[in-house]
Design a protein around this ligand. Structure first.
Ligand SMILES: Cc1cc2nc3c(=O)[nH]c(=O)nc-3n(C[C@H](O)[C@H](O)[C@H](O)COP(=O)(O)OP(=O)(O)OC[C@H]3O[C@@H](n4cnc5c(N)ncnc54)[C@H](O)[C@@H]3O)c2cc1C
Length: 507
């Protein structure tokens, strides 16, 4: 059995501890935030998580993640429900009028409604009960222990971590799970290791507030999608655990006026009240706010490479998991799912290759390339499309999914749609063609065609590859039929005011 040191006890670090700990390995997690275990989800919500500020923003936990827990860690899924999380069954939320009788495969289309702090709290409690896992919190990692490898490659081998109080934690394998803001290249360069990095800005800033339903109040009846994209503003409502929910509004980095307005807690509510999908949640006596406006900028897509051009490891004895390896635009709601999937990939490569550092690294990076990298590419492609579409008309994102994730789903849809469009329809040989194809083909088809909406939901929930809509000829044909009929139906209904109207309404 290996001794594994993990930097960071966010979702990825906890996932590694769970997978490797249950496989019998000795795991020590080092977390810089001083966060003793809270006694309840309510208390965990107040955790001081400066190292992972996104815990104060809306989180979707997609079906891929829920299915992973269902299949490999049913006790964790059960514990989440006991803590107040709820299943989100996408089939029960199919558009009005569509047959909701479950079909084979529909049992997989269930996500989890939960605050990020509650999710982390349950994972934390779980791993603290694992006999071979130890957590040190309130202690940062400041350096790596390295050796030159004993083989002739001369590649540095990491043998553990140095903590801020000077303590050295020796390990057979070191896992970096420090998240999107941790400087892994800096840590490695101090040991003479250079890794490869690709970065692309998402172009958006996140504004989120959390709410609690008042006593006796219920969530509003769903009459349409509860998220979408107005071109200049993305919006979404995310149900949480224990009758909480959050609203996220995301504006363009360069839209200083809208960003300024969104920072104001009162204006945030006023803006949410202008958008039909979010309005019902904030109007009247239904809910009360439980946070101010939380803001997060600097949101990057970033991918790191740990193999050289000939496919050999640049460093041995060290892996990066989660955002430390690959992070994507949070709008698509994939980060935690991918972090847990990648933690499993790490555990699988460890099971197969043990302490053969070279083979384990090659296997892990290969699996990451197959399972994680396509979602990075999809995120970048979608962001480029969005960056080109700031003048898109309102209502383009009238997705069929009446879910909290609809804001992300509508954007995510275009990744596949854009691909589909470029390869299938004349109309879609350009970015604007791809957008039209989404607006007048995919999105209306998702409202009426159960085959298309299921295919979309499977892709959106990471159960199929990002290009799966495009490679499914039946789905492409159905969407094309709807697209070709676009002149014969009324224009898509607006999902909210245009930017000028919105600013006028809040002035
Ligand atoms: C605004 C926003 C919204 C998001 N929404 C969603 C969503 O809807 N659904 C979804 O699935 N994902 C979402 N994500 C992505 C998701 O939060 C991340 O993908 C996920 O947290 C990755 O987990 P991680 O463990 O890699 O990193 P983190 O969760 O960030 O954890 C990193 C940990 O490392 C610790 N650390 C850092 N440096 C050190 C050090 N030197 N020593 C010790 N500890 C250290 C930090 O304190 C932190 O606890 C969102 C992200 C953002 C930014």
């Amino acid at each position: 059995m290996a001794k594994i040191a993990v930097l960071g006890a966010g979702v990825a670090g906890l996932g590694v501890a769970l997978a490797a700990g249950r496989a019998g390995h000795e795991v020590v997690l080092i977390e810089r935030d001083d966060t003793p275990l809270a006694v309840s989800p309510a208390e965990a919500f107040d955790w001081d998580r400066q190292g992972a500020p996104q815990v104060r923003h809306s989180h979707a936990f997609l079906a891929r993640l829920r299915n992973l827990l269902r299949d490999r860690y049913p006790d964790v899924l059960e514990a989440l429900y006991t803590a107040g999380a709820t299943p989100m069954d996408f089939i029960s939320m199919l558009p009005e009028g569509m047959d909701r009788t479950p079909l084979p495969g529909d049992e997989d289309l269930v996500a989890i409604a939960c605050r990020r702090t509650t999710f982390e709290w349950v994972l934390r409690k779980t791993i603290l009960n694992e006999p071979s896992v130890k957590l040190v919190h309130g202690m940062g990692v400041t350096g790596l222990q390295t050796n030159q490898a004993s083989d002739r490659t001369g590649v540095a081998q990491v043998t553990g971590l140095t903590l801020e109080d000077g303590t050295v934690v020796q390990a057979d394998i070191t896992v970096i799970a420090g998240g999107r803001r941790h400087d892994l290249p800096g840590l490695l360069s101090a040991s003479g290791v250079a890794i490869r990095e690709t970065i692309e800005d998402t172009g958006i800033v996140y504004f989120s507030r959390f709410f609690q339903l008042r006593k006796g109040a219920e969530f509003p009846a769903q009459t349409g999608p509860i998220g979408g994209d107005l071109g200049y503003l993305k919006f979404g409502v995310f149900p949480g655990d224990n009758r909480s929910f959050s609203i996220t509004l995301a504006a363009g980095v360069t839209d200083r006026e809208l960003r300024r307005q969104l920072t104001d807690p009162d204006q945030f509510i006023t803006i949410a009240a202008q958008i039909p999908a979010t309005a019902a949640h904030v109007e009247g006596d239904r809910s009360e706010t439980i946070t101010g406006v939380n803001i997060m900028a600097g949101l990057l897509n970033r991918r790191r490479g740990f193999l050289d051009e000939s496919g050999e490891p640049l460093v041995l004895g060290l892996h990066a998991v989660g955002d430390a390896h690959t992070c994507t635009n949070p709008l698509y709601g994939r980060g935690c799912s991918l972090a847990l999937v990648q933690a499993e990939l790490f555990a699988d490569s460890l099971k197969e290759h043990g302490l053969n550092h070279r083979d384990r690294s090659v296997a892990f990076e290969g699996a990451t390339r197959d399972e994680i990298t396509p979602w990075y590419r999809a995120s970048v492609a979608q962001d480029r499309l969005n960056a080109d579409s700031t003048t898109v008309q309102n209502g383009t994102a009238d997705a069929a999914t009446s879910t909290a994730d609809a804001a992300t789903s509508t954007s995510g849809a275009a990744t596949s749609t854009a691909d589909a469009a470029t390869s299938t329809a004349d109309a879609a040989t350009s970015t604007s063609g791809a957008r039209e194809f989404m607006r007048d083909g995919l999105l209306p088809a998702m409202r009426t065609d159960p085959v298309v909406v299921r295919a979309f939901l499977r892709m959106f929930n990471l159960l199929e590859a990002p290009n799966s809509l495009m490679t499914n000829s039946d789905v492409v044909a159905r969407v094309l039929t709807v697209f070709n009929d676009r002149e014969n139906r009324p224009a898509e209904v607006s999902m909210g005011p245009d930017r000028a109207l919105l600013l006028e309404a809040i002035s």
